[in-house]
Design a protein. Structure first.
Length: 308
């Protein structure tokens, strides 16, 4: 009789992405969904799928021309006229202004999807002086979430979804050098640090949101084609185009997964979890360190200029 080998729980991501995905056909009529980074890849597919279900899409994007084009597509799918706000997520003042404009314009927010992200191959700084991946992937999504949190409580039941990554397993988090001032920059570790911090704040926010009927979860969008990393120059783009992208799947599967997490009755009350597409998964051990996570939460609040 053969011996069955069982992967450690943290390595289940190797097989979980191949599992059958859950689906939802729940209507999103009248729901207001705020999504960042919708003009390509995962965010684009999520916006299309949610619009097909009747949701009103409110986008935070950088490129006005691409946003106008997408709005035209969405108008053909839903009577809920889509809207967009322009903000560079590497500038926290612009991020804050966009989130505050949403508060002024929308009396309710049913779903918030923090999707936009970057991967850097060299150390670059945001307008505010933070390492770019940390600033865009973690701080921008954290600032948007914290700014809209009160409105989402008023709109409950409501759902927050962070598009995270299996890349959090790279780690790279160093509390004494969050900005990579003392170390040689490593793009994978920088990306991993930003995604680890984002996960840590998910656990803290889940605890703070208990009893409010607002849920928060994170998900890996699958190994799919996207424009992440295209800011890294000709060599990176050549390698990505001819060696990486051909092995990746269509991002439609990510859009379907986000739609499930945002709409399915099965997800009602489910919070503080990490999903590989629609299948729950155990994150890396370092991302589950709640003592460190509370410190990350506190320091992240300081970085975005908020107090609790």
């Amino acid at each position: 009789m053969g011996i069955k080998f069982k992967l450690p729980e943290e390595l289940n991501f190797i097989s979980s992405g191949k599992k059958t995905q859950r689906i939802s056909n729940t209507s999103m009529d009248g729901k207001i969904c705020v999504i960042t980074g919708t003009t390509s890849g995962v965010g684009y597919q999520a916006a299309l799928r949610l619009a097909k279900a009747g949701a009103k899409i409110v986008m935070i994007v950088r490129n006005r021309e691409k946003a106008e084009k997408l709005c035209g597509q969405l108008r053909s799918l839903t009577p809920c006229d889509p809207e967009y706000l322009i903000a560079d997520l590497s500038d926290l003042k612009q991020v804050k202004a966009a989130a505050e404009t949403i508060l002024l314009k929308y009396p309710r927010i049913d779903v918030l999807i923090n999707n936009a992200g970057v991967h850097m191959t060299t150390r670059q700084l945001t307008t505010d002086g933070f390492e770019m991946a940390w600033g865009v992937n973690h701080l921008a999504s954290f600032l948007i979430t914290m700014t809209l949190l009160g409105r989402m409580k008023e709109s409950a039941p409501a759902r927050i979804i962070h598009v995270n990554s299996e890349g959090h397993r790279f780690n790279g988090l160093n509390m004494d050098d969050l900005n990579w001032d003392k170390r040689s920059y490593n793009g994978y570790l920088g990306y991993g640090a930003s995604k680890t911090a984002q996960l840590m704040t998910v656990w803290e926010l889940d605890e703070l949101l208990r009893g409010t009927s607002v849920t928060i979860n994170a998900m890996h969008p699958g190994a799919v084609k996207s424009n992440i990393g295209t800011n890294n120059g000709k060599v990176y783009n050549f390698i990505s185009r001819y060696f990486i992208q051909p092995m990746l799947k269509n991002p439609e599967i990510s859009g379907e997964a986000i739609y499930y997490l945002a709409s399915s009755p099965e997800m009602e009350g489910v919070s503080g979890r990490f999903f590989n597409l629609t299948n729950e998964e155990i994150p890396a051990k370092h991302a589950r360190n709640r003592v460190l996570g509370k410190e990350i939460f506190r320091r992240s609040l300081e970085m975005i200029g908020l107090k609790m």
